[in-house]
Design a protein around this ligand. Sequence first.
Ligand code: GLA
Length: 389
Amino acid sequence: MQEIMLKKFVEVFGDKENKELFFTPGRVNLIGEHIDYNGGFVFPCALSFGTYAICSKREDNIFRMYSMNFEKDGVVEFSTDKLVKADVWADYCKGIVDIFIKKGYEVKNGADILFFGNIPNGAGLSSSASLEVLMGTMVRDLNGLDVDMVEIVKIGQMAENQFIGVSCGIMDQFAVGMGKEDQAILLDCNTLDYKYVPIKLEDVSIVIMNTNKRRGLADSKYNERRASCEAALKDLQDAGVEIKNICDLNMEAFDKVKHFIKSDEALVRVRHAVSENVRVLESVESLKANDIAKFGKLMNESHISLRDDYEVTGKELDSIVAAAWDAEGVIGARMTGAGFGGCAVSLVKNSSIDSFIKYVGERYTKETGLKADFYIANVSEGSRKLGDL
Ligand code: GLA
């Protein structure tokens, strides 16, 4: 791939001396869905596929960028003096530069950058967070800024919230920035405290199932879900319940105060958030105790809660997950990411992977008319420079 990218770089930008190669992965979330923005725990890991960039520093403040995934957009050029959203892929990169500047960092040097990503687009595996954190990593290095990865992660989330206009939580940027080989991250989204938990499973693989149903309308529905939770939090606080986040409640506390939540819809959304947070902690405990069957059961319960209470699954995700539940060798399966299409994740015994893919693939196609893709996840390192070219 590097060869093809290099060739393209020279074709688009001409030959340059100082070329560096950077990489930021995608992520899959094992459990803890739609609770990062409710101050809950999440348990994602970084993948081996992601976004690559060949970057050549410029002495002026101009960025010229080209994506091999969006060739028809040609070279997108902007300077740090004028950062305006233009509804192209490069907005994610502009947003990063914008937030660096708004936070008071001096971005003097631009760059010529060629991107290539192998994360399936719009599949809920964080192709946008990958691009954001990749850009953040390059802007830091280009300008010699003293910024650690957690700060880049925060800048990524701010860019998505403020520049792009999607009120996402911090999970995706954190996972792709801070991932570790063969480890999942238990992240407390309230404090940003985190722990790595080994996820190299004996005889079992993480199989990602792509419904190939694009996440249409996902952003607006995502913002709606978030607004429901915020409204419920306000109802509870107005009634004197002393919490800062929805996930400060455990199930028992939720049962005691739920009558203060004014809308029925918000009530079931909160029930998902509170129960999901409990499931994350239980699932990490079960992993530590080598009780993988329990982990799988919690994954299944997570899907049911996302389907019935949070209502972010839809027919394709429900179909593929139900097929996975019935397949031989499955330990557990659930949707992953924002939902409304995109991917589901399952744990499958290595000896059954082939039959699992065949069974789930055929049944899914029969039920939906769509063809699913399957990937075996390799849990990998977060955002980094790969080397000089
Ligand atoms: C998207 C968002 C994340 C998180 C998930 C749902 O991926 O970017 O912040 O909220 O949805 O868990």
